[in-house]
Design a protein around this ligand. Structure first.
Ligand SMILES: *Cc1c(COP(=O)(O)O)cnc(C)c1O
Length: 434
């Protein structure tokens, strides 16, 4: 497999390089230099295959010879050891549940696959890999649990003090082993700035082998294509083939993966990009003017992104053709008020509990069906378990949200985090003192 930079198509990097660097030096993003389609025979018979088989097929076509088949299959089976079921709510309305992994969010797909790919490429006796990650909540948990116990790696997670949910904090601070949490007296942006300073610090990079685990890494994107194909397989078993996918979007990695699946031959009628009031993309599709903005805090805080980093990948896949993008992607944004109303509505109508992000995808689907007078089957993606966002729910729903066993177990564990001021020298010394 060869990858290019979205800024420079003549650059060619191997998969291994792209995984450890995360980003090309020209600050573009890595994309496969050629996207092959799956054979039509496979897609026509996809309902006969399991998630593991589908994932292997899709990954083999994308990665080509980057990882030998046997190793690739074991990486996939170790990483994706949970289900991604499609649940029917009513005729033509389905929810794709992506929260059955260890951190209870869809980011487990990306983080677990990436950690295992990195471990695979780490040669014996090589310098320990120092993974740095700033999180507003969900990324940190997925990365922590993804790398937990992976030899020759050490993960340092920075999170903003008092700004992550209780369960998110437990997932960050109860791991021990090779996972360390730093509670920063500041915002998520401050955490991210500290990590960026560390990557730009030449002296530090001579001493430590730093790598980033953020969502722009191509090894996080690839496994997210698996569940789109697998959702299609589940619906095809029920005789349904015309599908609209509604994707709650922040950094636009999830929907970029869906579009990559589409480019690989997945039949999809329409993608809906559903956002909160951080509406850079819906505004762009409406006006043709791309204008990133500082992020605004919302109930769906994992989507509080004003400058979605994966958008350049989507532009790249469509060669910058705005008309082609608009033909395939419809985008909607919703306020907190609407989000809360959506959460209530899903509960009242279906007794289904959707986290705020998931509710936004549901609302987009509803709007689209009305607007386009569409009778196609709609699948909205559920990106996190509701218990991660308890505080957003009204009392009547909150009181019936079940806390999964794996979270209950964390509740008895001591939280261990190092407190740091928003100060680079302090962070730097922490890293060097090990
Ligand atoms: C990260 C996240 C999103 C946004 O996904 P992107 O790939 O950044 O668009 C949506 N919902 C939840 C729960 C998340 O954690």
């Amino acid at each position: 497999m060869k990858l290019y930079s979205t800024n420079n198509h003549s650059l060619r990097a191997a998969f291994q390089t792209a995984v450890f660097n995360s980003m090309p030096a020209d600050k573009g993003l890595y994309m496969p230099s050629f996207i092959s389609e799956l054979d039509t025979e496979f897609i026509q018979n996809i309902e006969r295959f399991t998630l593991s088989q589908i994932a292997f097929k899709v990954a083999s076509v994308l990665l080509q010879d980057a990882i030998p088949s046997e190793d690739l299959q074991s990486i996939i089976d170790d990483a994706i050891n949970f289900e991604a079921p499609v649940v029917k709510l009513e005729e033509n309305i389905y929810v794709l549940e992506l929260f059955h992994g260890p951190s209870l969010a869809f980011k487990d797909f990306g983080a677990r696959f990436m950690s295992r790919v990195m471990a695979y490429f780490l040669k014996e006796n090589e310098k320990m890999l120092d993974v740095l990650v700033a999180t507003s909540g969900d990324t940190g948990g997925a990365v922590a649990l993804g790398f937990l116990g992976i030899i020759n790696t050490r993960v340092t997670i920075l999170y903003p003090k008092g700004k992550v949910s209780n369960i998110q904090e437990l997932q960050l601070c109860t791991n021990g082993q090779n996972i360390r949490a730093i509670e920063v007296d500041g915002t998520f942006d401050d955490c991210q700035a500290l990590v960026k300073l560390a990557f730009a610090d030449e002296q530090l990079n001579e001493k430590l082998r730093l790598t980033s685990a953020n969502s722009i890494n191509i090894a996080r994107l690839i496994p997210q294509t698996f569940y789109y194909f697998n959702a299609y397989a589940q619906l095809k078993r029920q005789g349904i083939e015309d599908i609209v996918f509604s994707v709650p979007s922040g950094n636009f990695g999830n929907i970029a993966a869906g579009l990559l699946a589409f480019k690989m031959g997945l039949p999809v009628k329409q993608f809906l990009a559903a956002t909160n009031v951080n509406d850079t993309v819906p505004r762009y599709l409406e006006t043709g003017v791309y204008e990133a903005k500082p992020s605004v805090q919302t109930y769906a805080n994992a989507m509080d992104v004003g400058a979605p980093s994966n958008w350049v990948r989507i532009m790249d896949m469509f060669k910058g053709d705005l008309m082609a993008i608009k033909h395939l992607i419809t985008s909607y944004s919703f306020t907190d008020e609407e989000t809360l109303a959506g959460m209530n509505q899903i509960y009242d109508q279906y007794q289904y509990i959707a986290c705020p992000h998931t509710a936004i995808a549901y609302l987009a689907l509803q709007h689209y069906r009305k607007q386009a007078n569409s009778t196609d089957s709609g699948v909205f993606l559920s990106t996190a378990h509701a218990c991660k966002f308890l505080d957003v729910f009204p009392e009547n729903i909150k009181s019936v949200i079940e806390i999964p066993e794996q979270v209950k177990r964390l509740m008895d564990q001591p939280k261990i985090a190092t407190s740091l001021n928003n100060n680079y020298q302090a962070f730097r010394s922490y890293l060097l003192e090990g």
